[in-house]
Ligand binder design. Structure first.
Ligand SMILES: [Zn+2]
Length: 245
């Protein structure tokens, strides 16, 4: 049991060190993620607008071709007007001419609206691009800053992780799972000790009878207030010595 309690405390000590290294990174990892997601959003916006622009350009090109074709037809119809032989032919031809002129007007109006849309999209893209540039520059800076911090502690972190693996192997799986669950729920500290008659995790007083039980190191005790695993000061001291902290 002594070994079981001590090993859990050792695991906590190692994790405290790793947490400290993590804290050195500050809000950089969160800032990097935030920037990445903002950049992605802007890139998607540009992509959507570019896509719409491309489609509008191709539609306008098609309209222009249609207008050219219709204008050529119109010219032909108009010249044919001088060669009509009867009213029926004349009526049919003027009908064609009216229809073509209507179509041309419609297509030209559509092209003009498309041109406006294309300009609007171009402007919107132009507005997004500098923003995207700024975010990308900022991301680069923050990433390099983070990289430096990580690099500076790389060896220490590897050493601690190596040590952590060894200790983890000595912890029974259910104990490890309990430890990780409490650690996650309690801001990193899952195993604490008694300092001045109080739980060093939540600073609530541990009843004297409880303290005696905990000091006997006979089983795993939890703090009644915060749920953290409580080990005796002896165990904590021994673990610290073992870890040379
Ligand atoms: Zn507590």
């Amino acid at each position: 049991m002594l070994e079981r309690l001590s090993t859990l405390y050792e695991l906590q000590l190692i994790d405290n060190q790793l947490d400290e290294l993590e804290e050195l990174r500050g809000d950089l990892p969160a800032a990097v993620n935030e920037l990445k997601s903002q950049i992605q959003t802007l890139e998607e916006q540009i992509e959507t607008k570019e896509d719409e622009k491309k489609k509008s350009l191709s539609k306008r090109k098609q309209n222009d071709d249609d207008v050219d074709r219709m204008k050529a037809n119109l010219k032909k119809f108009k010249s044919q007007l001088y060669q009509v032989r009867n009213n029926k032919e004349y009526d049919a031809l003027t009908k064609e001419i009216d229809h073509s002129e209507e179509q041309i007007t419609k297509l030209e109006a559509e092209s003009s609206a498309l041109e406006d849309l294309i300009q609007k999209l171009k402007n919107e893209i132009k507005e997004i691009e500098p923003q995207l540039d700024n975010y990308s520059k900022e991301l680069k800076e923050k990433e390099s800053e983070l990289k430096q911090i990580i690099k500076a502690n790389e060896r220490e972190e590897a050493r601690l992780n190596d040590k952590r693996d060894k200790i983890k192997n000595k912890v029974k799986k259910p104990d490890y799972n309990t430890y990780m669950r409490i650690r996650k729920a309690s801001g990193g500290k899952a195993v604490v000790t008694i300092i001045r008659a109080a739980c060093s995790g939540c600073h609530n007083v541990v009843p004297p009878q409880r303290q005696i039980e905990i000091r006997s190191n006979k089983r795993l005790f939890s703090c009644e207030s915060c749920g953290r695993i409580l080990v005796s000061p002896d165990i904590a001291e021994e673990a610290k010595k073992k870890m040379q902290f």
